[in-house]
Design a protein around this ligand. Structure first.
Ligand SMILES: [Zn+2]
Ligand SMILES: [Zn+2]
Length: 385
């Protein structure tokens, strides 16, 4: 049964770029026929949230309730929703593909045109919003999820059931960082014995490293600006670590990998790091750009390198059917072969999102997870000393 009345909830609102984000009381309308209402347990703060806050993904993307990586418990479902019911544990999927557009029909659901259009407008799949500020102003849904909030209404395809045995503060990471990182490794086709370089060891880069280890890569070189993240990278399977700031990254990676790597992954989103991912390749190697680069940034590559049959490609949201991929990843987690929580550097409250965004700006820490409901999430926020 769908809940019929609008509710008032706490949510983190981006009013406009350049202004700190903050918690507001906002109105959330009930789910429509193809939608579900979810009580949010926990949510991860991702670099894409920072890009939105800094206005780097284009004009007009505010006011918005932020957040696209999270997990919670289904509270109510619309009358046309099959396969989900109240009490189910779910992780959010921010591309609830339509199944009908050309990319969907050709097996590339993360490139769904309907989802892309509505997501860019901050709306749900039917082109409308369920969110309003107290003054009545329409609010956008961040990447069709808006989970820096006590509750969300998402399209049914935007909630993927996960087993209750996975604590929700860890399940929160599945729907962006984990599926994006491991999916990129699958798309690149990393094979047993390959050498891999991962440039950027934040919330997604650490998942790329785990994916490369699971795929059987034997040399995994992690590159980052901070020692703290490189230590996490080693725990996740990196065999070598290179500090980005101090030395010539390209020379060092090529020396470690016997002349260059088979696969490089760029997980930062800048022209410099994309160029590094290209320059560390051996002949025939492939660079996969996973990081989201602000609009207007160009990348320059030496064209002579194409003689050595190098490839550069992008990977968006794991280049996969996210629902299928999440089922597979859940098997890895349940069987103990993929640890989720170790990438989390900070457990915070909704009030602390601005500080978490500032840590992302400065490159500190790996993943901050907002614990919105401590009981549901099975986690406690850090208490300030
Ligand atoms: Zn993300
Ligand atoms: Zn589609």
């Amino acid at each position: 049964m769908a809940r019929r009345a609008a509710i008032e909830i706490d949510a983190v609102v981006l009013r406009r770029p350049g202004r700190p984000v903050g918690v507001e009381r906002v109105r959330l309308d009930p789910p429509r026929a193809d939608e579900v209402l979810v009580r949010v347990a926990a949510a991860g703060v991702c670099r894409s949230d920072l890009h939105l806050v800094d206005g780097q993904l284009g004009e007009g993307r505010w006011p918005m309730v932020l957040g696209h990586e999270g997990a919670g418990v289904v509270e109510a479902v619309g009358e046309h929703v099959d396969g989900l019911s109240a009490g189910d544990h779910v992780a959010f999927c921010f591309v609830p593909s339509c199944g009908a557009c050309r990319p969907c029909r050709s097996g590339r659901p993360t490139l769904c045109e309907t989802a892309a259009r509505n997501s860019a407008a901050g709306m749900l799949m039917d082109g409308t919003s369920r969110l309003r500020a107290r003054d009545g102003m329409l609010l956008q849904h961040g990447l069709m999820v808006a989970c820096f909030a006590e509750y969300v209404v998402v399209p049914a395809g935007g909630a993927v059931r996960v087993p209750p045995s996975i604590p929700l503060w860890e399940a929160a990471l599945l729907g962006c960082g984990v599926v994006t990182g491991i999916g990129a490794v699958n798309r690149a086709g990393v094979r047993v014995g390959d050498s891999v370089c991962v440039v950027g060891c934040g919330g997604v880069g650490l998942q790329v490293i785990a994916g490369a280890r699971l795929a059987g890569a034997t040399t995994i070189v992690a590159v980052d600006r901070t020692v703290e993240k490189l230590e996490l990278a080693r725990r996740r399977g990196a065999t070598d670590a290179v500090i980005a700031a101090e030395r010539d990254v390209v020379e060092e990676v090529r020396a470690i990998a016997d002349g260059g790597v088979d696969h490089a992954f760029e997980v930062v989103g800048s022209a410099v790091t994309i160029r590094q991912a290209w320059d560390v390749l051996r002949p025939g190697g492939t660079a996969t750009v996973v990081g989201v680069t602000p609009k207007g940034v160009d990348v320059v590559l030496p064209a002579i390198d194409f003689l050595s049959e190098r490839t550069i490609t992008g990977s968006y949201y794991g280049s996969t059917d996210v629902r299928v991929a999440l089922d597979q990843i859940v098997q890895l987690v349940v069987s103990g072969r993929l640890e989720l929580g170790e990438v989390v550097s900070d457990l915070i409250g909704l009030d602390d999102v601005e500080a978490a965004l500032e840590r992302l700006r400065s490159g500190e820490g790996a993943r901050s997870v907002i614990v919105i409901d401590e009981g549901l999430a099975r986690a406690r926020r850090a208490v300030e000393p």
